[in-house]
Design a protein around this ligand. Structure first.
Ligand code: NG1
Ligand code: MG
Length: 493
């Protein structure tokens, strides 16, 4: 259970045992000194995540099961309490690609402008999201000045949550510099909300995984009635369960494609929630925002009642699997097109001719059901044979991929090829992870088969499609992930 008074750990840099993280921190500190002629006061760290199961259901309010990866964002910060000095300077160690930015606090109402231009992604926006979110939440009107240097190693556009790790890290850095005592839950909730400034109407899986994860554990995250994160051990088997991430190397720039992909999916699930709410509970269910709101506060989400909802979706929508036009929706929902626009679309614009209520809501209920089944295998102490454990978790992951492909339309040819190759290479389960439309797959392997598995994928995917990859690019593209620590502040630099 989430303790509501738990804080992000503040650790001494010397206590860090991971050699690569320690080395990166030391390099960051040296670079900081030569860049700003000053030493950093602390380093904030927040990791990316791989989602094991539960795709595109967080924004519908249902539980998911990600785990933090060791790839992370670290930000070295020097803050200044000098009166009236509220300037922020933000630099990246890759300074030719990510140019230095600086801005001044513009007063409590404005804080800082986040410019989201159609078709352009600006690296500093994610920092500004976290910065703005914290200052707004705290109502601060004289923030400290900050010099910051960023080193991020979560692959971008890969479905491993590079954006949220950056937002969470910026929120953490800003709150620590301004001496705010915010709990993990507060930092997470602020990060979830403020990442939406960047243009995606996202759920809260990534930020929760980044802040709450614990070493050696996956994280079962529930959102309703309130955010709750439960560290969860994977079942013990003779040859341990291992997850391998493989990047399709198709980059998905989700902010740019949001109007036809991510944000559109969010709208479709919300339209279904509103409509199913009317059918099940009568008109006047304007408050149903998420499919999970179909549950009353006192009803637990169970495998059984999810299956019933999934059957109900068949009854209501199956005859019309090709979706509905805005005009058709207007009749179904008893709302004018303008009302539909204002209620569901205005904040995060989308473009579509037809809205797919059947496919999206069917996926959401079935996928939520798979998360519960996966969680059950992890937490029940039945003495299942190893092979059964691998097969049952693997099958759930395979079904998840199939559903992302067929019902949620968030896969792509390369991801489907890669999943197939991973299964041929001995994975018990393989699926796209994260938002999809490119990015990574995650595969479930028994540890003693990892080397052979990776070789198989390299031969059949990377060597054929990307023959010119260097050894180090290959190591970045396909790697074993162990459940890593969540966010932290490092001091005593
Ligand atoms: P990625 O793949 O990191 O963009 C996105 C959302 C999640 C979740 C997944 C799909 C953001 C920041 N994250 O993750 O909330 O909805 O897609 O399961 O938009
Ligand atoms: Mg200072």
């Amino acid at each position: 259970m989430t303790e509501s008074n738990e804080f992000v750990p503040i650790l001494s840099l010397n206590s860090i045992e991971q050699p690569t993280l320690l080395k990166r921190c030391k390099t960051l500190i040296e670079k900081f000194k030569s860049l700003y002629n000053n030493s950093p006061d602390f380093i904030a760290r927040a990791p990316g995540r791989v989602n094991l199961i539960g795709e595109h259901i967080d924004y519908a309010g249902f539980g998911v099961l990600p785990m933090a990866i060791s790839n992370d964002v670290i930000i070295a910060v020097n803050f200044s309490n000098k009166k009236g000095y509220t300037n922020v300077r933000l630099s990246n160690i890759i300074d030719d690609k990510y140019k230095q930015k600086s801005w001044d606090f513009e007063g409590k109402d404005k804080i800082v402008e986040i410019i989201v231009e159609a078709g352009v992604s600006e690296w500093s926006n994610y920092f500004k999201c976290g910065y703005k979110g914290i200052l707004r939440h705290l109502g601060i009107d004289n923030p400290v000045g900050m010099d910051c240097l960023v080193d991020g190693i979560v692959p971008i556009g890969a479905g491993l949550s590079s954006s949220s790790s950056f937002v969470c890290c910026a929120a953490l850095a800003t709150s620590h510099a301004n001496n705010a005592k915010l709990t993990k839950k507060q930092i997470t909730e602020i990060s979830i909300e403020c990442e939406r400034f960047a243009g995606m109407n996202s759920g809260g899986m990534d930020q929760t995984a980044s802040i709450f994860s614990q070493f050696g554990h996956a994280l079962y995250v529930e959102f309703l009635p309130t955010l709750n994160a439960t560290p969860t051990k994977l079942p013990t088997t003779n040859s341990p369960i291992t997850f391998v991430v493989a990047n399709s190397l198709v980059k998905a720039d989700k902010v740019i494609t949001a109007p036809i992909h991510y944000n559109l999916r969010v709208v479709e699930t919300k339209l279904a929630a509103y409509h199913l709410g009317q059918l099940l509970f009568g008109e006047g269910c304007e408050n149903l925002k998420h499919l999970c709101d179909l549950y009353s506060k006192s009803t637990k989400v169970t495998i059984d009642n999810l299956e019933k909802l999934s059957d109900y979706v068949d009854q209501v929508y199956k005859k019309n699997q090709n979706g509905y036009t805005l005009e058709e929706l207007s009749i179904m929902l008893k709302l004018s097109s303008t009302e539909i626009y204002d209620k569901f679309i205005a904040k995060f614009p989308v473009r579509a001719e037809r809205f797919h209520l059947y496919k999206r809501s069917k996926h959401v209920f079935e996928e939520s059901c798979r998360v519960l089944k996966f969680y059950k295998v992890c937490t029940s102490d039945s003495n299942m044979d190893d092979i059964k454990v691998f097969e049952s978790l693997g099958n759930l992951m395979n079904q998840s991929h199939q559903s992302c492909k067929e019902l949620f339309d968030c896969s792509c040819d390369e991801l489907n090829d890669l999943v197939k190759i991973c299964l041929d290479g001995g994975a018990f389960g393989s699926r796209l992870t994260g938002a999809g439309w490119g990015g990574c797959t995650v595969s479930l392997i028994s540890e003693d088969n990892v080397e052979k598995f990776i070789q198989h994928v390299v031969t059949n995917y990377y060597n054929l499609k990307f023959p010119s990859l260097s050894k180090s690019e290959l190591n970045d593209a396909i790697f074993v992930t162990k459940p890593s620590n969540g966010a932290m502040i490092l001091k005593d630099l």
